[in-house]
Design a protein around this ligand. Structure first.
Ligand code: C5P
Length: 294
């Protein structure tokens, strides 16, 4: 029997701990390396059985047709798995979009996980082995967007290469790295287009620190010196609102401040929660959206 109930899951956003743009590829994408880190700020996705595929969203500004990554993911999974059934998808949107927090990518990944439970559940006759289902989800996810595969994995953080879709756990020997410090993520009221940001960035040549060991060191003094997001210079220059949010976190005592993805979100890692709380108050007073915690 396939699932007949409404299934619900949180879709957590991410920040990037360092991001190197390595080269432009023939397919128009860029090879990058970065560390994705999941954060507590989340949307909520639910699915329930239906004859056809449709979607609703709490945010009236977002599309609910195949222009929405959730619907695109659902349609691609129907194709890949040869599924005839439909589903009603609902998205509670809480994470700002166009912010470099991977909200839309996470929504799509969580939709895939929920629909796999709904459509390909383990007690169905002709069930696919779990590993095969997961491999199919990974393929579909990579087709939907470069950041989508990370959100399929149950990992707090991962080192990503290729377009961002090739993943390795950080420090696999200890079950992965996890940030353990007060975190404040702020989003100024401006959207940055990812393709535009890639268009402006100059890919770096060979010289770069070993991102995996640098992040896993959790040495914030080293991070301040060496952990770089290659979009920072051009995005902070082109968007004064982003530069101002960045400077505010520095002034409020964050020990490491960085752009997430291509922005507009910036985050601060703090030594203590008193400074982090004060930064949150200040950010809200400026009208920024704020997320806390890993
Ligand atoms: O993969 P995704 O659809 O999220 O990418 C959006 C756009 O960002 C791409 O069309 C491309 O212009 C740019 N991009 C890139 N290199 C990457 C990821 C994204 O050039 N690794």
């Amino acid at each position: 029997m396939a699932n007949s109930e409404r299934l619900t899951r949180r879709a957590p956003a991410k920040i990037n701990l360092g991001l190197h743009v390595l080269r432009k590829r023939d397919d128009g994408y860029h090879d990058i390396e970065t560390v994705f880190h999941r954060i507590g700020w989340s949307d909520v996705v639910s699915v329930e059985p239906a004859d056809r595929l449709s979607m609703t969203c709490s945010d009236p500004d977002l599309p609910t047709d195949e222009a929405n990554l959730c619907m695109q993911a659902a349609l691609d999974l129907q194709d890949a798995a040869g599924v005839m059934a439909g589903a009603q998808i609902h998205l509670e949107k809480r994470v700002p979009y166009g912010a470099g927090l991977g909200g839309g990518s996470s929504d799509a990944a969580i939709t895939l996980l929920l629909l796999a439970d709904l459509w390909l559940s383990a007690d169905d006759a002709g069930e696919l082995p779990r590993a095969e289902v997961h491999a199919m989800l990974r393929d579909v996810a990579a087709g939907v967007g470069s950041d989508v595969p990370f959100f399929l994995e149950d990992l707090p953080a991962a080192y990503a290469t290729g377009r961002g879709e090739i993943l390795e756990p950080l420090r696999a020997e200890v079950g992965g790295f996890e940030l353990d410090a007060p975190l404040v993520v702020v989003v100024p009221p401006v959207e940055v287009s990812t393709p535009d940001a890639y268009g402006r960035v100059t890919p770096r040549e060979n010289e770069r620190p070993d991102l995996r060991s640098l992040v896993a060191s959790a040495d914030v003094t080293r991070w301040r010196r060496e952990l770089v997001n290659d979009f920072s210079a051009t995005v902070l220059d082109a968007y004064p609102e982003v530069a101002s949010a960045h400077d505010m976190l520095v002034e409020m005592g964050a020990s490491y401040v960085s752009l997430s993805g291509s922005g507009s979100a910036v985050y601060g890692v703090f030594d203590d929660s008193t400074n982090a709380d004060a930064a949150e108050v200040q950010a809200r007073a400026r009208g920024y959206e704020v997320g806390r915690g890993v």
